[in-house]
Design a protein around this ligand. Structure first.
Ligand SMILES: Nc1nc2c(ncn2[C@@H]2O[C@H](COP(=O)(O)OP(=O)(O)OP(=O)(O)O)[C@@H](O)[C@H]2O)c(=O)[nH]1
Ligand SMILES: [Mg+2]
Length: 445
């Protein structure tokens, strides 16, 4: 979402950080460029102007001209203002049982998918989650949520298949009752989409709200709606009262202005970003992390968090042990690669790292990409169990079969085997030097 904004702004700061002494005019040039970057990201003129005036006032007031590392100081001032602009958000605190979250929004905004994502998000944090839907208008809507609930281990679905004729009021009451009976930690209620903000169904939300008495009413907004998002937020805020916003389709090519201006223009806080269609594609809207990412300082924290969720310490140690003993098979390798794609693949990982021309160049030259990882995974999956355990069995005819099975050519199979042998060899050498204890098993990829 912020790609081109982030590229531009990190370039501005790279220049600024390099120069030793900094004149007032240098700061002004940088601020002018930041203003253009903000406008290009679809931030409104009013918000961009105020941002620049505030930063300039602070920067000049701090006598940056005399400071030792003026570029860094300006970076820090802009960073602080970006965090303010995005809003200092408190994460949702599940402080009572059941903690009730109601999702509202226009049709197709992504409510039902988001309900599933939230359920998975809290389940991963060891909460017992229940999903329920009052969307009785679209025939498949409740079924859609039931299917999502099924995919999440330990997630309870409130409705049984034969409550087809219940009204939204009855569903709300019964969801509340069951959530208490089942002792769930979090109840996520999905509601029907409204076609327009003035829809009569808006009234229904107020009634539902009075029955459920939610702890959070989160408005789900598709970031692709652009400037309309502000109107939607204001209207929902007036009619049902919302406690926060979830932006969806952040993975698309929207330019980020909505996220940057939401708080300044509507006084509503963004709580979550949804970054794709999979149930794992949701993250807390952490303004400090986003400001870091925007300024090209990388997002190591979320990378580490994601990695921790997917790679348990024990599994990592097991993989490292296997490598050490030289018994790391193609099965183990496939397992590691699958986990890495759960992190969003290499391209996501690289995006989260600090912006670096060197890294980009290294990635381009190595030819490693999400595509090659997917291809290698297909190759391993086309091997037999025996072959995966003992790659030495792979003779010419077996390689040919594997290439055909994975839609690749024999050279691809050879290349993967070479990489694998190289990695094993590397670990053997490192072992001799005693230097692998700290090397996470994912790093050699
Ligand atoms: N790329 C992308 N697609 C998303 C995201 N969130 C939802 N979608 C897709 O958007 C479509 C609509 O999502 P739903 O969750 O059904 O939307 P809804 O608001 O419940 O729709 P109604 O119930 O009809 O009002 C689905 O195809 C989802 O897969 C996201 O963050 N990124
Ligand atoms: Mg829906």
């Amino acid at each position: 979402m912020f790609d081109s904004f982030s590229d531009r702004i990190s370039e501005i700061f790279e220049k600024l950080r390099k120069s030793g002494a900094l004149k007032e005019s240098d700061v002004d040039v940088a601020l002018r460029e930041i203003r253009i970057a903000l406008l290009e990201a679809d931030v409104s003129l009013e918000v961009a102007k105020k941002f620049i005036v505030d930063v300039r006032e602070k920067a000049i007031g701090q006598e940056i001209v005399k400071s030792i590392s003026p570029g860094q100081m300006v970076t820090k001032i802009v960073y602080d203002h970006l965090v303010d602009l995005l809003g200092k958000i408190k994460p949702i605190d599940i402080n009572k049982k059941p903690y009730k979250i109601m999702l509202v929004g226009l049709q197709g905004a992504g409510k039902t998918t988001t309900a599933g994502k939230l359920a998975k998000f809290f389940t991963k944090k060891d909460k017992k989650v229940m999903l329920a839907s009052t969307d009785i208008y679209r025939p498949a809507a409740i079924e859609q949520l039931r299917l999502l609930a099924k995919k999440i281990d330990g997630c309870v679905f409130a409705q049984s298949k034969n409550d087809g004729n219940l009204s939204f009021k009855e569903i709300s009451k019964s969801a509340l009752q069951i959530s208490e009976q089942e002792n769930v930690d979090v109840l996520v209620l999905d509601t029907a989409g409204r076609l327009h903000i003035d829809d009569v169904k808006m009234e229904e939300l107020v009634v539902t709200q009075n029955i459920i008495v939610p702890d959070e009413i989160l408005l789900v907004v598709d970031i692709m709606t652009g400037q309309d998002a502000f109107n939607i937020a204001r209207k929902f805020s007036q009619s049902v009262g919302i406690t926060g916003i979830i932006l969806t389709r952040v993975d698309g090519d929207a330019r980020g202005g909505v996220a940057l201006s939401m708080r300044a223009l509507t006084n509503c806080d963004i709580k979550f970003l949804c970054t794709g269609e999979r149930l794992d594609d949701i993250e807390f809207f952490d303004s400090a992390k986003i400001a870091n990412r925007l300024l090209g300082m990388g997002d190591i924290v979320s990378l580490v968090e994601k990695a921790q969720e997917n790679f348990s310490q024990q599994e990592n140690e097991e993989a490292t042990q296997k490598l050490r003993q030289g018994i790391f098979t193609f099965d183990d390798l496939a397992n590691q690669m699958e986990k890495m794609s759960k992190l969003g693949g290499l391209s996501t990982i690289v995006k989260m790292l600090p912006k670096s021309k060197f890294l980009e160049k290294a990635m381009n030259e190595s030819g490693i990409s999400d595509k090659t990882v997917a291809r290698n995974l297909a190759i391993i999956k086309s091997m037999t169990k025996k072959e995966r355990r003992n790659y030495k069995l792979l003779n010419g005819s077996r390689k040919k079969r594997i290439a055909a099975g994975s839609g690749t050519v024999i050279q691809d199979v050879n290349k993967l085997i070479k990489q694998y042998e190289y990695a094993l060899d590397l670990f053997k050498k490192l072992k001799k030097q005693g230097g692998i204890s700290k090397m996470a098993s994912m790093e050699w990829w």
